[in-house]
Write a protein that binds this ligand. Structure first.
Ligand SMILES: Nc1ncnc2c1ncn2[C@@H]1O[C@H](COP(=O)(O)OP(=O)(O)OP(=O)(O)O)[C@@H](O)[C@H]1O
Length: 253
């Protein structure tokens, strides 16, 4: 991996209360142009890790760097270097789909002509062209999720942090999203993707980080995880099942 990873999470310990951390010494990187899958059971700490990366939570110990920089070094630059797709859509009810895209593009300083071109392509790709002037409150659940996804891609930042994006998307939406992620990835963007749909992400991610009860139990390529779990040729889902059962399933104590 290069000297300066797109994202470096180092010895991260943190949580919601001072005395009871949720994350314990979490260490991983996302290299430039890499797609890394963050996987774990409900409550394993995936969203908490992402909140630390976004700067919504401060580490108790350890640090998070984006392209070598800490949030406190240059908050504006840190924030504009990443786009986040949350697990549940968070939209402004009184804004239309197009207005959401415009608002995001402006916040990231996207040139107007570039915005028009990207917006047109995304609206068509996600079958949302006929909804561009609809208020977000008038959209279906999956359509709201598509707006969040389009907002991330309109910005085209170097790093995407994507939390379980497939929920609510129809099969075409899932495939279009994956294809688009591959496209930005090939152009050099880095992606941290969390999902429970292991059979889908198995074929897309370069590496995986398996989080269990706030600790990383294994990380690496599919082959690395096959060696670590002594399961040659196994699917990610089967390895995950064995690894977390061996550690004892259940939430963070
Ligand atoms: N706002 C909060 N306040 C206190 N504890 C929280 C809060 N959000 C999450 N937690 C706790 O932190 C732990 C990790 O939760 P987190 O949301 O990071 O899990 P996750 O891996 O994203 O799970 P899921 O797959 O269900 O989305 C859990 O024990 C959870 O109860």
């Amino acid at each position: 991996m290069g000297e300066q990873a797109a994202l470096k999470v180092a010895s991260l310990t943190g949580g919601y209360s001072v005395n009871k951390p949720v994350l314990h010494g979490v260490d991983f990187e996302v290299g430039t142009g890499e797609m890394v899958g963050l996987i774990g059971l409900n409550g394993a700490g995936k969203s908490t890790t992402m909140k630390h990366i976004l700067g919504l939570m401060s580490p108790k110990e350890g640090e998070v760097r984006i392209s070598g920089a800490l949030l406190k070094d240059d908050p504006d630059r840190y924030r504009s270097a990443l786009a986040f797709v949350p697990e549940s859509p968070v939209l402004y009810e009184e804004l239309t789909v197009r207005e959401h895209l415009e608002f995001t593009a402006r916040a990231y300083g996207v040139d107007h002509a570039v915005f028009e071109e990207r917006a047109e392509r995304l609206l068509k790709l996600f079958y949302m062209k006929d909804k561009e002037h609809s208020l977000s409150s008038h959209l279906s659940k999956g359509m709201k999720q598509k707006v969040m996804i389009m907002c991330a891609f309109i910005a085209r930042p170097p790093l995407y942090v994507i939390d379980e994006p497939f929920l609510g998307l129809d099969p075409l939406g899932i495939r279009d999203l994956l294809d688009y992620m591959v496209e930005v990835n090939r152009e050099g963007a880095s992606i941290l993707l969390s999902s429970h749909i292991l059979s889908t992400i198995e074929n897309y991610c370069d590496r995986f980080v398996i989080l269990h009860k706030g600790r990383i139990i294994v990380q690496g390529t599919l082959e690395d995880i096959r060696s670590a779990s002594n399961m040659p040729g196994a699917s990610l889902e089967n390895m995950f099942d064995r690894l977390v059962r061996a550690e004892g399933a259940g939430g963070i104590q």
